[in-house]
Write a protein that binds this ligand. Structure first.
Ligand code: ADP
Ligand code: ADP
Length: 228
């Protein structure tokens, strides 16, 4: 589903963020990218949806070189969730969630209906939360809206960059559990960046364990933990 072939990224200032990465993520698989800050996880992820272009190597999405896919088209195929989801402050939660279906050309009523479904999917009752504004939601609830929005176009792929990184540990665990349940139902191909090894172990079907600029291990959590 996602394939990296000898991908390197060198920033203009000379920093080599990732060096010669090759790996494959299967359809419906959740792979966690784990390692300390600055080891190249975010750079890896942003090359998939072309927020960053590799210096060399190729990345394939379902066999298609992403370099040949326009970024706007990629956005329909790849949902993206970051640590600060960036909801529109003057739009309600329902409106925030309906923006993606609306951009995809859905009529207003249909977009709102879709938004309500998505909120249910991430565990937010649209009757209670739909008419609230982002500042009236807890951090955890805002992240749920971010996940709902990322799922709006029903993309086969989700990129998640420390999506639960800014909430307290108790809420984080709850979000992890909910996300695992959601993933059982929607089965997306997921790349999930985290610096939290426990989170990587708990969520990942497989884990890509980073050293500086490279993946040192790519295996199931059981194997990674069992390794000497
Ligand atoms: P991580 O997500 O693991 O924290 P990043 O992919 O953000 O790592 O960064 C990898 C390396 O690339 C780091 O050394 C970082 O400082 C560097 N880097 C990231 N973005 C840029 C940039 N725009 N310009 C120069 N160096 C960058
Ligand atoms: P979560 O686990 O969903 O992140 P929290 O423990 O952070 O929830 O918040 C607990 C409850 O407090 C939530 O149900 C939320 O509705 C409410 N809450 C948090 N912040 C606000 C706010 N700014 N305005 C109104 N209600 C809030």
């Amino acid at each position: 589903m996602i394939r990296f072939e000898n991908v390197s990224k060198r920033y203009p200032d000379g920093t080599t963020a990732v060096d010669d990465l090759s790996f494959e993520v299967k359809a419906g698989e959740l792979v966690t990218l784990v390692g300390p800050s600055g080891c190249g996880k975010t750079t890896t992820m942003k090359m998939v949806n072309r927020l960053i272009e590799p210096t060399s190597g190729r990345i394939y999405l379902d066999g298609e070189d992403v370099a040949g896919i326009e970024p706007v088209k990629l956005r329909r195929r790849i949902g993206y969730v970051i640590q600060q989801v960036g909801l529109f402050p003057h739009k309600t939660i329902l409106e925030n969630t309906a923006t993606v279906p609306a951009l995809l050309g859905w009529k207003k009523a249909a977009a709102r209906e879709r938004a309500a479904e998505l909120l249910v999917l991430v565990g937010l009752d649209p009757v209670t939360f739909g008419s609230r504004y982002p500042h009236q939601l807890s951090g955890g609830q805002q992240q749920r809206v971010g996940v709902a929005r990322a799922l709006a176009a029903d993309p086969p792929v989700l990129l998640m960059d420390e999506p639960f990184g800014a909430v307290d540990p108790v809420v984080r665990q709850r979000l992890q559990t909910e996300f695992l349940n959601l993933q059982e139902r929607v089965r997306k191909t997921v790349l999930f960046v985290t610096h939290d090894i426990e989170e990587a172990v708990r969520l990942g079907d497989r884990m890509a364990v980073y050293g500086t600029g490279r993946i040192e291990q790519f295996d199931t959590p059981a194997t990674v933990l069992g390794a000497p």
